[in-house]
Write a protein that binds this ligand. Structure first.
Ligand code: PLP
Length: 380
């Protein structure tokens, strides 16, 4: 009954695991969540206040399809100040999250058989976006020994006449890899005339070194970003796409037809997030870093392999091959028998099979309890 392309869509295992974890909790079982990539922090009060004021002021109508000019200006101010750029509000499209921005962009770019180069492991949904729209993901395998880093040379070797884009994600989900500036430059050069799509949703969540944007290295790039992670706003559904000027009009037509615009009062909250105080962000980053150090220590003590210590986002992709090669089976056992939810590596491609992804977007007490349970489960 459903279209064959819908039937072919792979499940997002982490969501299935989350749903099973919720079921177990409802049945009275204690479960620790280390699976979901969602900040445990509440959205800052000044951001909530801005949304409430907008609602009270009647900001409940459709907005401009590209988004409120005030928000597009705040986004460009943020990028221009942080990375010494000169992007214009006319290059920005506001969306209801980074996910719709990905959909919009791939709808705009892909014809049947067009290729998109990406790393493997990858963010679970990337190949599904591409395949659903008739494109073909082309994988470049990265390994733990190399810090899961995507390198320019292998990327260059995969380019064909059908390559429509190179998709990168730094800081990376699921590996926590942060691409150094020389690699961003190298990939921009290797791309030649092919545009680079840079998913920068974890930008700002970085524990060593300096943040970078692809736009420092090339103008032939699309940047995806959103408010879910850095501003702890997952449920608000707000994101954006920065594109070269010539792509805006075709993307705008897609937005008008398929999405109309992003939520109006939420866009006002976005302005407050970008232009308001940033102290709460610095505090969150400091706390994530503490948790990162703690979970890395505990994972190693428990017997997981951690060949690469993540530098950004809030994930560790830990090698669990000593405990079994089938990551889906392993994560189901850990959930049912130890009461801890972790994400199976297979969610992120066969390059991550044999690994488990641990998220440290949960508080230190829960991480400690979760790691105690896993340690007892494997080591008695
Ligand atoms: C790499 C990456 N891109 C995009 C998204 C989707 O984010 P949003 O909440 O903005 O749709 C996520 C969510 O986990 C992600 O990890």
């Amino acid at each position: 009954m459903f279209s064959s392309k819908s039937e072919r869509l792979t499940p997002f295992y982490v969501m299935e695991l989350l749903e099973r974890a919720q079921e177990l909790k409802r049945a009275g079982k204690s479960i620790i969540d280390l699976e979901i990539g969602e900040p445990d922090f509440p959205t800052a009060p000044h951001i909530c206040k801005a949304a409430i004021s907008a609602l009270k002021a009647g900001e409940t109508k459709y907005t401009h399809s590209l988004g409120l000019l005030e928000l597009r200006e705040a986004i460009t101010q943020y990028y221009n100040r942080k990375f010494a750029l000169e992007i214009s509000p006319l290059q920005v499209i506001v969306t209801s999250g980074t996910s719709p921005a990905l959909l919009l962009l791939f709808m705009g770019l892909l014809d049947r058989g067009d290729e998109v180069v990406m790393s493997n492991p990858y963010y679970a949904c990337y190949p599904n976006f591409v395949e659903y729209l008739g494109g073909k993901p082309v994988f470049v395998h990265t390994s733990e020994d190399d810090g899961f880093g995507l390198k320019p040379d292998p990327v260059a070797q995969t380019l064909t006449g059908k390559t429509k884009a190179i998709l990168i994600n730094s800081p990376c989900n699921p590996t926590g890899y942060v691409m150094p500036p020389e690699t961003l430059r190298g990939i921009s050069e290797a791309a030649d005339k092919v545009p680079v799509i840079s998913d920068e949703i974890y930008q700002g969540l970085i524990y060593k070194g300096k943040d970078h944007s692809i736009l420092e290295f090339t103008n032939n790039a699309f940047v995806l970003n959103g408010f879910s992670k850095l501003y702890a706003m997952t449920g608000w559904r707000l994101g954006y796409l920065v594109a070269p000027p010539e792509y805006i009009r075709p993307l705008q037509k897609l937005q008008q037809n398929f999405f109309i615009c992003a939520n109006s009062f939420v866009q006002h909250a976005g302005v407050a997030a970008l232009l308001g105080p940033q102290e709460h962000v610095r505090e969150m980053v400091g706390i994530y870093d503490e948790r990162r150090k703690y979970i890395l220590k505990r994972l190693k003590e428990t017997g997981f392999g951690v060949g690469y210590e993540p530098q950004g986002a809030y994930y560790v992709l830990a090698n669990a091959r000593d405990f079994g090669g089938d990551s889906l089976h392993l994560s189901r056992c850990i959930l049912e028998d130890a009461g801890v939810a972790v994400t199976p590596g297979i969610d992120f491609g066969e390059g991550a099979e044999g690994y488990l992804r641990f998220s440290y977007s949960n508080n230190l007490d829960n991480i400690r309890e979760g790691m105690d349970r896993i340690d007892r489960y494997f080591n008695g």
